[in-house]
Design a protein around this ligand. Structure first.
Ligand SMILES: CSCCC(=O)C(=O)COP(=O)(O)O
Ligand code: MG
Length: 257
């Protein structure tokens, strides 16, 4: 693929994770099965803790909003015995994950669960080979680097803090998750620009998902689509509509020869 000039107005790069910095297989084959295999044990072990209670409260609130969704699984009321609530919460998590839902409630719980997987070295965050050299180069060129993922901010920090390339958090200026809004709504990108303290046109967003790119573009953000092995195929129309990159090395900073 061709080199892609970064517009001179860009001062911040906003990065998606799954399919952009990180193989989809890492999320689907390592992170998600960890949740499916451990969620029941986790809820039983952490049940008395306030954080766990809050996670279950949020799952229950989300389940109430989902009551019209086909196949939805309720989370029993807090008046029910813990074993019954835990069973409902586990079933709800597995149901949401079967649909790859990106609800804040699910993502918060997942982030809390991955803590021990990363801290004990069972899991290390994967990043593509080109990611770290490119982030270092962009940072040296005074670009500010941010993450915007459906994964919770805590999950993002774990992935980059315990990565196969070591602790990468120093390269990043900040993190955004769905508490700023959905990745497919343009208002989220306007809020991000506001929180960074810049205009939308100062941001370049890299993602593998065209609906996310479209939302960002509508907000006035520059976008490019990451084409990585295993990502969903793009239609011919999408290929012609967006800038495509298969490696971060293709991005050319204004002063780079
Ligand atoms: C950041 S941790 C795991 C990723 C995750 O849970 C997820 O849903 C990925 O979403 P993304 O928005 O980064 O594609
Ligand atoms: Mg993605």
């Amino acid at each position: 693929m061709e080199p892609l000039p970064v517009p001179a107005s860009v001062t911040a790069v906003l990065l998606d994770i799954e399919g952009t910095t990180t193989p989809i297989t890492f999320v689907k084959d390592i992170l998600f099965p960890y949740i499916q295999d451990h969620v029941e044990e986790y809820l039983q072990k952490h049940w008395p803790e306030e954080e766990c209670q809050e996670d279950v409260r949020q799952l229950r609130l989300q389940a109430e909003k989902d009551s019209g969704v086909k196949g939805f699984v309720p989370v029993p009321s807090s008046a029910k015995p813990p074993a019954e609530i835990i069973k409902g919460a586990v079933d709800n998590v597995l149901w949401q994950m079967s649909l790859d839902r990106k609800t804040t409630a699910l993502k918060q719980l997942q982030g809390h669960m991955w803590r021990s997987a990363y801290a004990t070295g069972k899991v290390k965050g994967e990043v593509y080979d080109d990611v770290v050299p490119a982030l270092k180069k962009w940072k040296e060129a005074n670009l500010k680097l941010y993450i915007f993922s459906s994964g919770s901010v805590e999950a993002q920090k774990l992935l980059f803090g315990y990565s196969i390339e070591g602790d990468l958090l120093e390269l990043l200026h900040g993190h955004f998750d769905t508490s700023v809004g959905s990745k497919v709504e343009s208002a989220s990108y306007r809020r991000i620009a506001e929180q960074i303290g810049c205009s939308a046109e100062n941001i370049l967003f890299l993602t593998d998902i065209t609906d996310e790119a479209e939302a960002a573009r509508e907000a006035g953000v520059h976008v490019a689509i990451a084409v990585r092995p295993g990502n969903a195929a793009l239609t011919d129309e999408e290929k012609s509509k967006y800038h495509l990159i298969s490696s971060f090395h293709q991005l050319r900073l204004p002063s780079t020869p």
